[in-house]
Design a protein around this ligand. Structure first.
Ligand SMILES: NC(=O)C[C@H](N)C(=O)O
Length: 337
């Protein structure tokens, strides 16, 4: 009988990378003071015995880091392992446990480069497992539930936090002290309740199977950097980033990606030197940058990120630059992905 139920359940692999979901604090009262990336994947799985009712689960420790320290090499390593598993006949879904600080970047990266319909779910937690009211157990349970459901196939990389199913492309960490930390300007795709998924909308942008990018052909990622804008900003950071070899600079602009008159000449000059200039916005609840609004992008040959925040724009720019250095092509990609 047991063998029969095992056969019917989906096979889900959990790739652990660290983060607060693998964090530990000194006491149960420590919800915000703790060390991330301390607990191994076997212990995480053992902490949620109910996972075995959802799927045949096995874990792999891919790395053990706090996600603020993730590198492009780490991203490629994770992406390649996800692709290998996605190609394997005995894997139905993949869950990635991840720190929440850069979770949105990894989820968007995988959404762009993994050629599979199989569910890929990225999940984290806001409190360590040692804290009162820790959120990691339920978030992980929900991730495995979505990863093992047929309904999640073909919907791109997903994120399960706070009972919501979010598109990995849209979702962003909006607040860092609440368990309802992850939001999308365009709303969640669905909900997970007691291990069952409820869907309400679909992603509109190209992803996974419909993407022109493939992890298997990406050898390395180019250097793309972000410079933050504010009142009285100088052009020092932009110039320094270009000098240290950045192929593109994401302008984390004010408002609708506006650029200070103190910075415009430097960005014009950098573009003439071959650096791609991509205008994004750092407004809190989600920016929206349009071509030739605020700045004459056609004239300066700049690119706009539209609704992608600066850190997501960096991810798309890196992936896009592995294919082209043509600013018109880059702009097309920024509209399509
Ligand atoms: N909540 C978290 O996971 C934060 C942690 N610094 C990380 O990203 O690894």
């Amino acid at each position: 009988k047991e063998a029969e139920t095992q056969q019917k359940l989906a096979n889900v692999v959990i790739l652990a990378t660290g983060g607060t979901i693998a964090g530990a604090g000194a006491s149960a009262a420590n919800s915000a003071t703790y060390q991330a990336a301390k607990v191994g994947i076997e212990q995480l799985i053992a902490g949620v015995p109910e996972l075995s009712q959802l799927a045949n689960v096995r874990g792999e420790q891919v790395m053990q880091i706090a996600s603020e320290s993730i590198t492009n090499e780490n991203l490629l390593q994770l992406g390649r392992r996800v692709a290998e598993l996605a190609d394997s006949k005995d894997v139905d879904g993949i869950v990635i446990t991840h720190g929440t600080d850069t979770l949105e970047e990894t989820a968007y990266f995988l959404n762009l480069v993994e050629k599979t319909e199989k569910p890929i779910i990225v999940v984290g937690s806001m409190r360590p497992g040692t804290a009162m009211s820790a959120d990691g157990m339920l978030n992980l349970y929900n991730a495995v539930a979505v990863a093992s459901s047929k309904d999640a196939r073909g919907k791109g990389v997903l994120v399960t936090m706070n009972d919501e199913i979010q598109s990995g492309r849209d979702v962003s960490k909006m607040i860092n002290i609440k368990t309802e930390a992850f939001k999308s300007a365009w709303g969640p795709l669905g909900m997970v309740v007691e291990g069952k998924s409820y869907w309400y909308r679909l992603p509109a942008k190209r992803h996974t199977m419909d993407s022109e990018f493939d992890i298997k052909t990406i050898k390395s990622l180019p250097d793309v950097e972000i410079a933050y804008s504010y009142g009285n900003v100088s052009d020092t950071a932009y110039k320094a980033l270009a000098q240290s070899g950045a192929k593109a600079i994401i302008h984390a602009g004010t408002g609708n990606g506006s650029v200070s008159s103190r910075v415009v000449p430097a960005l014009q000059a950098l573009r003439k030197d071959g650096v791609q200039i991509i205008r994004s916005s750092h407004v809190n609840a989600g920016g929206f940058v349009l071509r030739n609004a605020e700045q004459p992008d056609d004239k300066y040959d700049w690119v706009v990120a539209n609704d992608l925040n600066p850190q997501k724009a960096r991810v798309l720019a890196m992936v896009a630059l592995t294919k082209t250095n043509d600013s018109k092509e880059l702009q097309r990609m920024f509209w399509e992905y």
